[in-house]
Design a protein around this ligand. Sequence first.
Ligand SMILES: [Zn+2]
Length: 67
Amino acid sequence: MQTNEIRVRVCPKCGKIFSERGAVSRVDNVTIICPDCGTREALESICVDETEQEKILDTIHSSIRTY
Ligand SMILES: [Zn+2]
């Protein structure tokens, strides 16, 4: 049976508490991390440096305001 309940999780990477759908870490394909860390890992995989990663995350956050 499938449930759509929203679970609150703690991201093992950054310690942030999140309730939205997480991302599966590329590191082990099992660990659920927060969407931000998911984005960071994706950007990292295409060789985007940390400064650029934060800029992109800022852009995402300012366009999708959910809280
Ligand atoms: Zn995180």
